[in-house]
Design a protein around this ligand. Structure first.
Ligand SMILES: C[S@@+](CC[C@H](N)C(=O)[O-])C[C@H]1O[C@@H](n2cnc3c(N)ncnc32)[C@H](O)[C@@H]1O
Length: 375
């Protein structure tokens, strides 16, 4: 019989970036499971929900330690879902859980929720409100994270949705907040819609979407170059679309183009669909939840727009950006264009040149560089 330590020793992050400094299980996973141990052991089948599991440590840890089955799971990033599935397969635990959306499907009747605290307060607000709205009235939430990522704002967010919130003693630079006594909000806070005067767009965002309903300053730089995109292009991809500002702006500029807005984040994809609808271009902007365009055909598109992430989870890392450039080189047809914005100090031009094709710097300020690469 597999025990937790041997399970954790074999957990992998793939298909997310793997590197010696990036782990699949952290001290917060262990602390959350330890703090929730009695509740998990006592929870009737089908009453445990897991939110924000990074790579499966919480879900599979609950299964091997407490024999939990019927675990309902929600993970915003697709790479987390895929990693959990592969780790479950390797451990022979595929039948202990099922993936759900953030809502009733995940939370109805849930008595124990274990949660890796998300990075943003918006994401935590949406999660806390969903738990308070849909879970059992006796639900107890074990929300943990690394101390460096836990802010007092997180306590405040949880206090708005729960009558009682307390912090456990820390261990190995991690901490768990335990919340109970759910108080449902009269109206959910998400999605949020903001009109951005500067670019004349209504932007719709769910809690976990990058930049919320604001305009990222890097994205703002890239928008200035959209009038230079090949006007005869038929197909474009907004790679790592967030709320879909680039996709929707391009669709408004070129009336015959079809754009795929793709992201691995469930919240981003839902936001981009809603942003496309809000701006009257939903007929030409479709959305796709995918890990770096892995399901798009080779040589299939004319233009890619990209403001790549420089984080992998909470760690600053170039791994995903490089994966995006390599995939762009595959998906662009010969002669297709990739327009990229990045922090100038990252110096991606050489990588773009190697992975996509001839790359020119078309704009640069002290903070951002915009490049055009021709495949
Ligand atoms: C810097 S944000 C840019 C968002 C949006 N394009 C904008 O300009 O506001 C990078 C985006 O890449 C997405 N991302 C991260 N890893 C990804 C992956 N493996 N596959 C697809 N998208 C990913 C993130 O969810 C995030 O929305």
């Amino acid at each position: 019989m597999l025990d937790r330590d041997s399970l954790f020793a074999h957990l992998r992050r793939r298909p997310d970036v793997e590197a010696p400094n990036l782990v699949a299980v952290d001290a917060a996973d262990r602390l959350i499971l330890d703090e929730a141990a009695t509740a998990l052991a006592d929870a009737p089948t089908g009453t445990v929900a897991v939110i924000g599991d990074h790579y499966g440590a919480l879900t599979l840890g609950a299964a091997v330690t407490h024999g939990a089955t019927g675990i309902r799971v929600y993970q915003d990033p697709l790479t987390g879902e895929l990693a959990l599935a592969r780790n479950a397969e390797a451990a022979g635990l595929t039948s202990c859980y099922r993936q759900c959306t953030l809502g009733q499907d995940l939370l109805a009747g849930a008595k124990v929720v274990v949660l890796q605290l998300p990075r943003s307060l918006s994401e935590l607000t949406e999660i806390a409100e969903a738990i308070a709205r849909y879970a059992d009235r006796g639900v107890v939430v074990y929300a943990g994270g690394r101390n460096k990522h836990i802010s007092t704002g997180m306590n405040d967010v949880l206090r708005r949705s729960f009558g009682s919130v307390r912090a456990t003693l820390g261990r190995q630079k991690s901490r768990v907040l335990i919340a109970s006594g759910p108080v449902a909000a009269a109206q959910p806070s998400f999605p949020v819609t903001e009109h951005i005067d500067d670019i004349g767009l209504d932007v719709v965002s769910y809690g976990a979407a990058f930049a919320g309903s604001a305009l990222d300053i890097g994205t703002r730089c890239l928008l200035d170059f959209l009038p230079r995109v090949n006007p005869t292009a038929n197909t474009a991809v907004d790679l790592g679309c967030g709320t879909g500002i680039l996709a929707v702006s391009l669709a408004r500029l070129l009336p015959d183009i079809s754009v795929i807005a793709t992201d691995q984040s469930a919240a981003a994809v839902a936001s981009a669909s809603a942003t496309a609808r809000a701006n009257g271009v939903a007929d030409r902007v479709s959305t796709l939840r995918d890990d770096v365009m892995s399901t798009l055909a080779t040589d299939s598109c004319d233009v890619i727009l990209c403001n790549p992430p420089f984080h992998v989870g909470a760690a600053v890392h170039t791994g995903i950006a490089l994966k995006m450039f390599a995939e762009a080189g595959r998906v662009l047809r010969s002669g297709g264009e990739m327009w990229t914005v990045y922090n100038s100090h990252l110096g991606y031009r050489g990588r773009l040149q190697r992975l996509v094709g001839r790359t020119d710097v078309v704009g640069r300020n002290p903070k951002f560089t915009v490049t055009r690469s021709i495949a």
